[in-house]
Design a protein around this ligand. Structure first.
Ligand code: FE2
Length: 211
């Protein structure tokens, strides 16, 4: 799901029960992460944009692809909070435990083309995720040459700023894992790969190429 909302943004429902990712991610973490953290980014973004009607028709993708158009006094806050909203929407979408009925043939082929095999891809993803210092994300993206790439960004920065299309991401902020894993971030990363919904990934991949 890509979020086509514009101002005023509202909290999308989680499309599956809060406890459905247990034991990898607990119900408590999901509730806090979705209902409190994502909600806070939405509220802050609406508050920042309320006095700027010229941006009220803009989607999150458009905002993040055109940050330079925002007045300097709000630009960093727009970046942090619009990024915070869209990154989380992608995160909750890609760990959706529901089947969507699309065999992940095309994304699997693209991963094998780039990384030789799935294990090598996952190994590179885990290495990059473990290298993250502080809070941020590791994204699987489609780059300007229509190839896959792994990109890390600090804070809530979005890859839309870099003209890259996000296929999936891992949230490496402590709020994503600390209740369940404490300081064992490597264990969270190892478990996260088990809950990536490959069918959702295929859906996002096909949407990019508009098959
Ligand atoms: Fe988060």
């Amino acid at each position: 799901m890509l979020n086509k909302q514009h101002y005023p943004f509202s909290l999308p429902d989680l499309e599956y029960p809060y406890n459905s990712l247990e034991p990898i991610i607990s119900e408590m973490t999901m509730k806090l992460h979705h209902d409190k953290h994502l909600k806070a980014y939405i509220d802050k973004l609406n508050d920042i944009l309320k006095d700027y009607p010229e941006f009220h028709g803009w989607t999150l993708e458009k905002i993040l692809s055109n940050l330079y158009t925002f007045p300097e006094n709000i630009r960093i806050n727009v970046r942090n909070n619009a990024g915070g909203v869209l990154n989380h929407i992608i995160y909750f979408n890609i760990i959706n435990p529901n089947k969507v009925g699309k065999e992940p043939i095309n994304i699997t082929k693209a991963i094998i083309n780039k990384y030789s095999n799935m294990n090598r891809f996952l190994t590179e993803f885990k290495i990059k995720s473990n290298q993250m210092f502080g809070s941020g994300y590791v994204f699987l993206v489609i780059n300007k040459n229509n190839e896959l790439d792994l990109i890390s960004t600090p804070n809530q920065n979005s890859v839309y700023e870099l003209n890259l299309y996000p296929l999936f991401l891992i949230d490496l902020w402590e709020h994503a894992y600390y209740l369940d894993y404490n300081n064992r971030r490597d264990e969270y990363i190892n478990n996260f790969i088990k809950i990536i919904n490959m069918e959702k990934l295929e859906e996002r991949y096909l949407k990019y190429f508009d098959y």
